[in-house]
Design a protein around this ligand. Structure first.
Ligand SMILES: NC(=O)c1ccc[n+]([C@@H]2O[C@H](COP(=O)([O-])OP(=O)(O)OC[C@H]3O[C@@H](n4cnc5c(N)ncnc54)[C@H](O)[C@@H]3O)[C@@H](O)[C@H]2O)c1
Ligand SMILES: [Zn+2]
Length: 360
């Protein structure tokens, strides 16, 4: 097991990573939660694979209840929140009780938001089950739901009391979901962690076969990177979290152009990173090796997909309406070299166009 403490002014917490941690969850949570009840929030799919082990472990220590909600981003809304509040009330949760968010990022964000708001805030423990949730969304305290006006528009910062990452649960995740998370892991390597990037470049077979030691290293290193950034900029007030948006400027535009159906978030982030790497090279911010190293990893994992039916002009239009536009200038995170990025405001549209054309 790997243990890492995310240091925050008031709410520091441990992030534990390793295979088989699910069976120990009850004892681990007991150490940090004073109340007697835990409610698992999950969905049918995740719970049918892994729920029994978690429930058994919790039942040894707590009065345990289970709240299953429908699966998918389209249910990440206020109607589903009502369901979670009803479950919490029926289970008799009080302010000392705890919610265990048991699923991917959708569950983590909603269960976290329920914990942030139920009785004005109760503890939450994140037990992420997708690669994306393990390395990204379970850490940092951002919780919330989508509304008609946009994704994640209603929410709260609510840091978990503990993050328990049992990497053996990745075995049941389908390949596309795995790739979705891998995009963010590679991103962490590119923006701040040369060692992680080199490891990914050299361990393709072991990563794809989910070798237990490899996954423990990969996940714990990647989540630690995210945690480091969060600890420096807990509520995103200093702009330091912005580097986590590498690949997301063009990525978000592609995701929106695909109507949030055609491409998964991570697939778009990969394409966005490929374009950003090209932009950095064209602007003389990085050398050709830094560009090629990134493209090689994307190709080695078969992550570059031609974007069918998309038009460069439409993607550029989307970019201009993105929230990362400041005073009419699109802000890009660009690679200086692997492990180091910088914010650049004055990217000429001709270069953006050329980089996007290269993806289509
Ligand atoms: N809070 C944050 O900081 C943050 C950061 C990034 C993303 N997010 C949010 O995360 C969400 C995306 O999360 P996601 O990519 O994990 O998607 P997801 O939660 O929809 O999970 C993807 C699919 O995998 C299934 N699944 C989960 N674990 C499984 C397992 N071990 N075995 C088999 N199937 C499993 C789920 O049921 C679902 O069908 C988005 O809503 C996004 O806004 C939040
Ligand atoms: Zn992302």
């Amino acid at each position: 097991m790997t243990k890492f403490t995310l240091e925050l002014k008031n709410n520091s917490y441990d992030i534990l990573t390793g295979p088989g941690l699910l069976e120990k969850a009850g004892g681990l949570i007991k150490k940090i939660v004073s109340g007697g009840s835990v409610m698992i929030v999950s969905n049918k799919k995740v719970y049918s694979f892994h729920g029994a082990a978690l429930k058994k472990s919790l039942e040894g220590q707590f009065k345990t209840s289970v709240c299953l909600i429908p699966d998918g981003e389209k249910f990440k809304n206020l109607d589903t929140m009502k369901k979670i509040y009803s479950c919490a009330a029926s289970a008799g949760l009080d302010r000392g009780s705890c919610i265990a968010a048991f699923g991917g990022g959708v569950i983590g964000d909603m269960a976290g938001f329920a914990a942030a708001t139920y009785m004005r805030g109760i503890p939450v423990v994140q037990i992420p089950t997708t690669l994306l949730a393990m390395t990204d969304s379970s850490v940092g305290g951002k919780t919330g739901v989508d509304i008609a006006a946009g994704k994640n528009m209603v929410g709260a910062f609510h840091q978990p009391k503990l993050v328990i990452i049992d990497t053996s649960m990745l075995k049941t995740l389908d390949k596309r979901e795995f790739t979705n998370g891998l995009a963010e892991v590679i991103k962490h390597g590119i923006i701040m962690d040369r060692e992680l990037f080199d490891f990914i470049s050299s361990a393709r077979e072991k990563i794809l076969s989910l070798d237990p030691e490899t996954m423990q290293y990969l996940v714990s290193k990647s989540v630690r990177d995210k945690a480091e950034i969060v600890s420096k900029d807990e509520k995103e007030t200093l702009g330091l979290r912005a580097i986590l948006n590498y690949g997301h400027t063009i990525g978000h535009a592609i995701e929106a152009e695909g109507g949030y159906r055609d491409y998964k978030h991570g697939e778009c982030v990969i394409m966005g990173m490929a374009a950003a790497a090209r932009i950095a090279y064209e602007m003389g911010i990085c050398g050709v090796n830094t560009l090629n190293e990134q493209i090689k990893v994307f190709n080695d994992f078969n992550l570059i997909k031609p974007l069918k039916n998309l038009r460069t002009g439409n993607i550029i239009k989307r970019l201009s309406s993105d929230k990362k536009v400041k005073n009419g200038k699109i802000i890009f995170i660009l690679t200086k070299e692997i492990g180091h990025v910088k914010l650049v405001e004055n990217v000429p549209f001709s270069i953006i166009r050329k980089a996007i054309n290269g993806l289509l």
